[in-house]
Design a protein around this ligand. Sequence first.
Ligand SMILES: NC(=O)C1=CN([C@@H]2O[C@H](COP(=O)(O)OP(=O)(O)OC[C@H]3O[C@@H](n4cnc5c(N)ncnc54)[C@H](OP(=O)(O)O)[C@@H]3O)[C@@H](O)[C@H]2O)[C@@H](O)CC1
Ligand SMILES: [K+]
Length: 489
Amino acid sequence: MTLTREMLTVPEMYEADRLAIEGGVPGLELMEAAGQGITAHMEQAWDPCPVLVLCGPGNNGGDGYVVARILKQEGWPVTVAAWGDPSELTGDAADMFGQWDGDTKAFDAVSLDGISLVVDALFGAGFRGDLPEDVKGLFHEIAARGLSVVAVDVPSGMNGTTGWVAEGTQRAEMTVSFFRPKVGHMLLPGREYLGKLEIVDIGIPPSVLDQIKPQTWMNGRELWTDALPFPEMSGHKYSRGHAAVVGGGVTATGAARIAARACLRSGAGAVTVAAPPAAVMTYSITLEAVMLASLAGAEDFANWLDVKRINAVLIGPGNGVTDRTRDFVVAALASDAAVTLDADALTVFRDTPDHLFSLIKNRQAPVILTPHGSEFERLFDVAGSAVERARAAALQSGAVVLLKGASTVVAAPDGRARVNVNAPPWLATAGSGDTLAGIITGLVAGGMPAFDAASAGAWIHGEAGALLGPGMIAEDLEAQIPAVLAELQ
Ligand SMILES: NC(=O)C1=CN([C@@H]2O[C@H](COP(=O)(O)OP(=O)(O)OC[C@H]3O[C@@H](n4cnc5c(N)ncnc54)[C@H](OP(=O)(O)O)[C@@H]3O)[C@@H](O)[C@H]2O)[C@@H](O)CC1
Ligand SMILES: [K+]
């Protein structure tokens, strides 16, 4: 069931292609099926109209010649323009060019007059470097005329693994790709260039995935619903876990309150805010079901975690970049509880990230780090796409790393990564991250494995934001959690 959520890197897609051919599916059949899949989606979205098919020098161009042939057979007025000399095509693409029975214009001779729709079959998985100047020029003119573009596999210029786009890459209205989505399809900036993404079955047997063993998934309920901590009839509140949320000082209590409530709603049987004594009064008049403990220093905190058998701790929201915050993190990491570190609890280690990582690696219980982009950069010196960076950070730290962004990535130290894309843009609002950290901590307290809890937390958070719509504030999110959980049950 989880099979349909995998995403492939470009090398993995080439491997899928190779294994399918080795298993007896001819490459020409895959290309024919690719062309059929593209035209089927085009015919659903558009009535026959004058179409320009731009064909490149590799197999992406080969797909283009299939599209041109099928559309022409079905009565569409088709113009084909080739980038490079089509007589130099090799392999399946040369074969498909041979089967194209219309004219093929030279790239610099092409006119957009009278054209309504453009098929971009110039470069796909094999693109590297910069777009050629003449391609950029034509793309610019296509955009200026407001013509709709259908991209084959990826908009030409986009990297299917990283989502990176070369200068001049043209936004498509529809992108048709094959077998499984590519990781880059879900990452920015590429994700915004695709238009509607359609994935077509081209006859690659799914069994090739047993050999490829993809490590990246589109986050979604099929991946973790079974591990959600729904309470049992025989359970009582402490059997559902007791979470602690470390609270900030008197002028910064809101973040911990938001997180604690989200935590209680999401699976913890009980939640206590561990507050500095001076702030206890503020917390006590603003919390009801969430309990309160007055804890002066890290030693008291460590003893209390033990006595109360706290099984999940959240530190960070509103905590301040202070020695107290760092001491509380060290105490929490010395306990048996699962630990979520967010915001200031990450930033306090900006000068000593290796110290944090060694504390994480020297414990049994899981740790989840939930940085946004700049918090991430303070701890990790890694390059690449969001998936590559989150994965490298998880490996380096020994923690599950949830890197927040428009495409939030959750990575495990064993190399698995999930990309979450259900979050609406209005979810980027003050306090939203506190809610997310609270949800995750609640799920962990309820017994969910850390990687699943972080994945489910990101999804539930996104779904709650989507239910609310524009104008929502972080305080609203918590009240949506029951509806989202009910939908998952
Ligand atoms: N895999 C599958 O399962 C299936 C794959 N299929 C299709 O195959 C596509 C992959 O085909 P592909 O490997 O031939 O690569 P493709 O994207 O056509 O480009 C290579 C050509 O572009 C050139 N080139 C590159 N960068 C350039 C630049 N900056 N500026 C100028 N030139 C540049 C490059 O030149 P070279 O680097 O060799 O000098 C080479 O000539 C894939 O996206 C999908 O559409 C389907 O048929 C179904 C089955
Ligand atoms: K393309």
